[in-house]
Design a protein around this ligand. Sequence first.
Ligand SMILES: [Zn+2]
Length: 223
Amino acid sequence: MEPDRYICPNCLSNEISKHNIVEHIDRVYSVLYEKGFNDIQRDHITIELVSKARMRELYQEIDAAGLHSGYSNIWNEQGRTGFNQKIYVLDHLHYIEFEAILAHELIHGWQLQQNIDDYNRQSTESDESSKARTEGFAQLGSYIIYKRRFEEAKILYESPKNSIEKDTARIIMRLCRFHLKIAKESNDPMYGVAFNKILEHKRKVGWLEIIREARMDELKKYV
Ligand SMILES: [Zn+2]
């Protein structure tokens, strides 16, 4: 572990590593596909675990936990854009936190592929609202993971096979509830305010409609 990081025993015993990463990546894709992001072009995206020092080198951000970087190249004459996208996620995270960060970054990957990321949006509006919409929408990815993991743990908690299973379920529920609460109460213009506006709208219209609106760049009506 790097000198400026401490990881508690519970997270350490559930950490993501090269031995279990594939199953968790598969899991995130399948949950996102199920919600309606079934056109994420998986073969355009590579995922890498990196140390905090490496993350700093890549992005010059002190507390970056997960960051996505996309590079586009034109691959046909109609101007359609293809991608070689790299997602970097901090190493040694609890597997649920890894999944949540990855889901956020994969939605950025999808946004880039759809040409609706603020990075490739041709718009006259202020950079702030465009960025808030991009980040707020990507934050749905983390929400999807924490909510799903919470619900699964709740089922286990209510009918465990033994006391170990019950304890495990309790810890997972606590972890997920903590992250869902932070997102709900956050005042951050992107990860809090914009995210909550988008989530509120999702509750009215459902996943398929909100994804359609994002694809058509119609979220700007309310974010
Ligand atoms: Zn983001």
